[in-house]
Design a protein around this ligand. Structure first.
Ligand code: TXA
Ligand code: MG
Length: 536
């Protein structure tokens, strides 16, 4: 099939629409401009037409479509009741970028609503969309006209790029003004609920409806097995081929991070006027302080990443303190929720015995870091953790448990009896410890920007892998030996046993981001002052 593109402008007469109207009346599908994004239009009353929409997009069958109308009065054919609140919202926001979910009428085929009892209805403001619906005399089912999972199209050529050969016609009505899909609000429950943010904001909705709930899926990933209110929210969405990562923090930290994590196909998406000091190619996606300008260019930029062959893209995070959630919601999905907060750093701290790790840890704590003691976590993870204890009993025998309580001595005897058993113990314990560290760190990040994981065997245990940076405190063996002999009142022989039980200096130092030299002629004060400059 050849895909034709025809240009239609707001002032064109009905004859321009004849071909599209004919196609829609014959249950074919057509690319249609709207003020939000381009839609893939079909006759909402025709199962054949709806089937074509799903096929052309490769859309999952359980994701319902929005039905588009040209006048408010047409809603009565589609829904079983029109509550007062729907009338008020339509009066304020229609025609425009708002979709309302209401109980569906018998007339709407269940393939449109993917079997749900409700239907999504929208009256777009784009004059070409409204004329097309009017001239057809039919409600028009239309999802965004992209291949499922890709960014929505905001230009006719985007539709052509995705659906060329799969649909007969795209109407080019110019670039979509809004740039993100409509706000979706459900009016089926007792309290209205925002299912998808768009350019009609939460505050605007609340000015008409009073309290509006925000569906959890708007800014959070779905938990395993969780049921969604809006099926479209469960799919990976708006994704270019590149791995997208959102970076929170100021522009300087953004540049530092990108420049030190770049590869040849790394790109950045930044705000207008930015780009200086970046060592990678970049796209600007709008004015930092103007959400409309960000939403206008967002999808175009995400699509551009594919055109230029980007493999990785770091994106400046939009302001999170406003109620304009649309841009953040789309970006989070494009990034599959991969967000790095550059203001928050998880840092590992280690050092061989006698090097002075505890002194450094105390100093960092005094400077405002939150300290997690890795050894304490390793001990506590075994308390009341039935799942972990069962796993250990399964591998090392039921006799390591006495009335459900761990006999640590017995476990140690068994686990350290052979090298294989030690490896097995570590493979069970370390993921559980890492998880506990992450939980404690996330809690601590609510009040602290820097969290330090202080642990002697941080590299061997794998805790260093979850840290952004690693500090190693070092001192020559002779100095460490006399320090621990004095500190712990032990003999030279015992001191050497402890020292020789640890790996060579290079093992630690090769993995370090910062090495603190805690021995003369270096001054610990100066070393620490330099470190503080880097991490806070
Ligand atoms: O701006 C827009 O809304 C564009 C233009 C073309 O109008 N359309 C659009 O459609 O974005 P689509 O299919 O890409 O997104 C529709 C969203 C999906 O997340 C879908 O799951 C949700 O609306 N939806 C549709 N019917 C629903 C229903 N009955 N209950 C809950 N969610 C529904
Ligand atoms: Mg879509």
């Amino acid at each position: 099939m050849n895909t034709e593109i025809i240009k239609i402008s707001a002032t064109d007469g009905s004859e321009k629409y004849e071909e599209a109207v004919e196609l829609l009346k014959n249950n074919q599908v057509v690319g249609m401009p709207t003020e939000t994004v381009y839609g893939l239009a079909g006759n909402a009353y025709s199962e054949e037409s709806v089937k074509r929409i799903f096929e052309a997009k490769g859309r999952p069958q359980d994701n319902p479509l929005i039905v588009h109308i040209s006048e408010f009065s047409e809603i009565y054919d589609l829904v079983s009741e029109v509550p007062e609140i729907a009338k008020k919202l339509a009066k304020k926001f229609w025609p425009g970028p708002l979709t309302m979910i209401l109980p569906k009428s018998e007339k709407v085929p269940s393939c449109v609503t993917a079997g749900l009892d409700s239907v999504a209805v929208r009256c777009p403001s784009h004059p070409v969309a409204r004329n097309l619906i009017k001239y057809c005399g039919l409600p028009i089912a239309a999802p965004s006209a992209n291949i499922s999972g890709k960014p929505s199209p905001t230009k006719a050529e985007h539709v052509f790029a995705d659906l060329n050969g799969k649909i007969p016609l795209v109407i080019d009505g110019g670039e979509s003004e809004e740039g993100v899909e409509s706000t979706v609000i459900s009016l089926c429950g007792n309290t209205p609920k925002l299912l998808r943010p768009g350019n009609v904001t939460l505050t605007e909705l609340e000015s008409v409806c009073g309290k509006v709930l925000v569906d959890d899926a708007v800014l959070n990933p779905l938990k395993d097995g969780e049921k969604v209110s809006s099926p479209g929210m469960k799919y990976k969405h708006y994704s270019p081929n590149a791995q997208v990562t959102i970076l929170k923090g100021d522009y300087k930290s953004f540049c530092n991070f990108v420049n030190s994590n770049k590869s040849p196909e790394t790109y950045a998406m930044v705000f207008d006027g930015e780009g200086e000091n970046l060592e990678v190619n970049f796209l600007c996606y709008g004015n930092k302080n103007d959400y409309r300008s960000l939403s206008n260019h967002l999808f175009d930029c995400l699509r551009e990443l594919d055109t230029i062959g980007a493999k990785q893209c770091f994106v400046r995070c939009p302001d999170e303190t406003t109620d304009d959630l649309a841009v953040l919601n789309r970006l989070l999905r494009a990034a599959a929720f991969k967000v790095i907060d550059l203001n928050k750093t998880l840092i590992g701290l280690t050092g061989k015995t006698g090097a002075g790790k505890s002194t450094v840890s105390k100093y960092l704590k005094d400077k405002g870091a939150y300290i997690i003691d890795g050894d304490i976590v390793a001990r506590e993870v075994l308390i009341d953790n039935a799942e972990l204890l069962n796993e250990l009993a399964k591998n090392f025998g039921d006799d390591i448990l006495e009335n459900g309580v761990l006999n640590r001595k017995k476990l140690a005897e068994k686990a350290f009896s052979t090298k294989e058993n030690t490896v097995l113990l570590n493979s069970i314990m370390h993921p559980a410890i890492n998880e506990k560290i992450m939980l404690e760190a996330n809690e601590a990040f609510k009040t602290h920007n820097v969290v330090i994981v202080d642990a002697a065997a941080i590299i061997e245990s794998g805790y260093a892998d979850i840290c952004d940076k690693l500090i190693v405190v070092s001192a020559p063996e002779e100095i460490r030996k006399s320090r621990i002999m004095m500190r712990d009142g032990i003999s030279e022989k015992d001191a050497l046993i402890r020292i020789n039980g640890q790996k060579a200096d290079e093992f630690y130092e090769s993995k370090a981001d910062y090495i603190i030299k805690n021995y003369e002629p270096f001054l610990l004060e100066n070393e620490l002052a330099e470190l503080i400059k880097n991490i806070f």
